[in-house]
Design a protein around this ligand. Structure first.
Ligand code: GDP
Length: 496
């Protein structure tokens, strides 16, 4: 969502980097450029100006000293990074659990903001952490909100307290109170209460939310807001802050192409931290919000910490340990290992999203590649590997023409696809070897201790990774019609 802002930061810094010494005028130019970029991204005027003035005063004081350093533009970059982290809330804030359970979480926000979806995502997140949440259906207004919550609850295995059918029937305050009582009786340690929103801010909505608040005395009131509504997000936040009050913000739909100003303004304007972010319609599209990681993404440095965590979460610990040992002991990376990686990659969700966390993902060339990424290629690649025998997966050298054509038939793919996969695989094997000997890709910050993943990072960085558009082959010599030699080619001749 911060694509255009990121691109503008990148361009501002690239002109600064070309200067050896930075003069006050250069500083003024880059700050003016950043200010315009922020305003274009829907950041409120007040927040943009306060940001610029903080960076300005820090950079100006530091300038004489900075100019003695070998890389003064990097020092300015660091000031911008730290101020950006600060306006995003500084450090991450998590749910505060009540001393005496259950912890009560009340969700508020406009209709369509994504509250019901978020209720399910939050419930899943808490359940995965070992909590025993209960969802309470107090949105009795929006058509189908109760059913939607029931469906979401069932999909994540979290019980839903829904005594009323909704669609305008039932008293949301009574349901919230009864839900809390139910949770106490059944020993749920967290209660998540979904409430009704309206299409716009209105007095009745605020009153109802305030009454529910008073009836259940929540430990956390979370304001759920759609990031796509731009400047309106801040206005709505202020109205909810005055009408109901809240402790934290959940920013939804940050997967959209909105300009991102909401994220950058909301904490400054309301003084409340963004705690979670919703990044898509699927239940797993949910992230804890880390200001420093978000700042890093905006500044084009990627989000390796989140990528590493997602990767770690997708590998079961046995597979990860096995891959680490293999990598460290210099054993060859086999197609079986590759298959485990493909399975983990599928568990990690959208590859486009994941690769978008790599540093430089917003740069022109990589962005183009990501746009052309074909997610279904992962499934096709998996089918090919699964059609191989254990021997073939262990020792791909045995893959002669007839084996390749059998694999192609078994997986319903063309022999040329089997051949191309084998080429990419041997490229990945070489990259792994180079990395092990310290000649290849540097270990990315935050990736230490997850060597098992390095192969995957290698695959990800590799042109021709499954899904990536293939690099055009230039100046290939005319092919000889041979029946001997290259088994890959022979298989193609025989198979097609
Ligand atoms: P509520 O009225 O606040 O309960 O909103 P819903 O949870 O029903 O969400 C409204 C719509 O937004 C639904 O179609 C959701 O699938 C969609 N939605 C929710 N969160 C996200 C998100 O993070 N990204 C995208 N793209 N869509 C979302």
């Amino acid at each position: 969502m911060f694509d255009s802002l990121s691109a503008k930061f990148a361009s501002a810094f690239s002109s600064l980097r070309s200067k050896g010494r930075i003069k006050e005028g250069d500083l003024e130019d880059i700050l003016a450029e950043i200010r315009t970029a922020l305003l274009d991204s829907d950041v409120s005027l007040e927040v943009a100006d306060s940001f610029i003035s903080k960076v300005d005063s820090r950079a100006r004081i530091a300038l004489p000293e900075l100019n003695k350093s070998t890389n003064p533009s990097q020092a300015i970059f660091e000031i911008v990074n730290s101020e950006l982290t600060a306006i995003l809330g500084g450090s991450a804030r998590r749910i505060r659990f009540a001393k005496k359970p259950p912890t009560v979480i009340l969700l508020t926000g406009l209709q369509g903001a994504g509250k019901t979806s978020l209720a399910g995502k939050l419930a899943k997140y808490l359940k995965d952490q070992g909590d025993t949440p209960l969802l309470v259906a107090s949105d009795l207004q929006r058509p189908n909100a109760v059913t939607q919550l029931q469906v979401v609850g069932e999909s994540v295995g979290v019980p839903v307290f829904a005594p009323e059918p909704g669609n305008g029937v039932g008293d949301p305050i009574a349901v919230a109170k009864a839900g809390l009582k139910f949770a106490e009786d059944k020993l749920h340690n967290v209660v998540i209460v979904d409430t009704a929103g309206r299409l716009g801010v209105d007095a009745e909505l605020m009153q109802q939310a305030a009454k529910i608040r008073d009836a259940i005395n929540p430990d956390e009131i979370l304001f759920v807001v759609d990031a796509m509504i731009g400047q309106d997000a801040v206005r709505t936040a202020v109205a909810f802050q005055e009408g109901v009050g809240f402790d934290g913000v959940v920013l939804t739909k940050i997967d959209g192409d909105a300009r991102g100003g909401a994220a950058l303004s909301i904490t400054q304007v309301t003084g409340k931290p963004i705690m979670f972010a919703s990044t898509g319609e699927k239940i797993g599209d949910f992230d804890l919000f880390y200001p420093e990681r978000m700042a890093s993404r905006i500044l084009g440095m990627g989000d390796i910490a989140t990528l590493a965590e997602t990767a770690k979460g997708a590998f079961d610990s046995d597979t990860a340990a096995k891959l680490e040992t293999k990598f460290a002991s210099g054993e060859d990376f086999t197609l079986d290992d590759f298959l485990s990686q493909l399975e983990a990659m599928k568990k990690m969700g959208s590859m486009t999203k994941l690769l978008g966390m790599l540093p430089g993902a917003n740069s022109g060339a990589m962005k183009k590649q990501l746009e052309q990424f074909d997610e279904s290629e992962l499934v096709r690649t998996q089918a090919i590997v699964q059609s191989m025998t254990p021997l073939e997966r262990r020792d791909p050298k045995v893959l002669n023409g007839s084996r390749r054509s059998r694999i192609a038939k078994g997986s319903g793919r063309a022999v040329s696809e089997v051949n191309s996969l084998m080429e990419r695989f041997s490229g990945a094997q070489k990259m792994m070897k180079a990395m092990r000997s310290g000649k290849g890709m540097p270990q990315l910050p935050g990736m230490t201790g997850m060597t098992g993943m390095s192969g995957m990072a290698g695959m990800a960085g590799m042109p021709g990774m499954p899904g990536m558009p293939k690099a055009p082959v230039k100046n290939q010599p005319p092919k000889k019609k041979s029946k001997s030699g290259n088994p890959a080619k022979r298989a193609q001749e025989e198979g097609n």
